[in-house]
Design a protein around this ligand. Structure first.
Ligand code: ZN
Length: 242
């Protein structure tokens, strides 16, 4: 993924949305984007390596923070009342050496990423980010947009926070990344949608969602992300008219 220097044509974005629609297991409510065509790539297409853009993991993290915050700053008032407040970006930590910061008195988890409600910050273990970035740069955009989604949930009335809060965070991540692409603050490169599906699957639970702390299995995570990509933030809210 990249921060574009020039706007891309809308047709490419629509192609991406079509691919993600194909990845969806449960039916989506439709969001004004085209239905999948027979010629689109399938979910089984192997992940395509990045075409050598040479972006560092640190550079992609900075870009992901910037585009995610810009999206919410720009669009908050389309969905919610009040003023948008970004979470603090605590950023990188090392969960393996006993030096990790704490959240609620507990050290941040090794090889993971978090939103800490008490400190109102987002943070990530760099081992997780580096390993994910090796699989594809879209990984860091997904992780940051997902954790930022938890910060957004923490700002909402309880009735707007889905019981499946992890899947709602995936949905919000989809809304942000595809919304940013529509805003031309983010450009999808070849292979990014495969990388997103790969990351969601790699980070998924092995069993389906059953309680609020679950992340959901791979198909549930991809489905939730795709709903946000297609229907936007409103499609991620409980009882929303989609
Ligand atoms: Zn989460």
């Amino acid at each position: 993924m990249a921060v574009p220097w020039y706007p891309r044509i809308a047709a490419w974005l629509l192609t991406i949305a079509t691919v993600l629609t194909l990845l969806t297991v449960a039916g989506c409510g439709g969001g004004g984007l085209p239905q999948p065509s027979e010629t689109s790539r399938s979910a089984t297409t192997p992940s395509v390596p990045d075409p050598g853009t040479g972006d560092s993991v640190e550079g992609d993290i900075d870009a992901a923070v910037s585009i995610t915050n810009t999206y919410w700053s720009t669009h908050w008032n389309e969905f919610f009342t009040g003023t948008y407040r970004p979470p603090r970006v605590l950023g990188a930590y090392d969960g393996a050496t006993g030096t990790a910061p704490t959240c609620g008195g507990t050290a941040l988890p090794d090889n993971n990423a978090v939103y800490c409600p008490g400190g109102d910050y987002v943070a990530w273990d760099m081992d997780l980010m580096r390993a994910g970035h090796q699989r594809g740069d879209a990984w860091v955009y997904l992780v940051i947009a997902h954790e930022w989604g938890h910060a957004i949930q923490n700002r909402l009335d309880a009735g707007l926070v889905d019981l499946a809060r992890e899947l709602q965070a995936d949905c919000l991540a989809g809304a942000v990344l595809f919304g940013a692409a529509r805003d031309n603050t983010l450009t999808f490169e070849d292979g990014d949608t495969d990388e997103l599906a790969d990351a969601l699957s790699a980070l998924a639970d092995e069993t389906p969602w059953t309680n609020t702390s679950d992340h959901g299995n791979a198909s549930q995570r991809v489905s939730a992300f795709s709903r946000g990509a297609e229907s936007g933030v409103k499609g991620c809210l409980p009882n929303a008219v989609r």
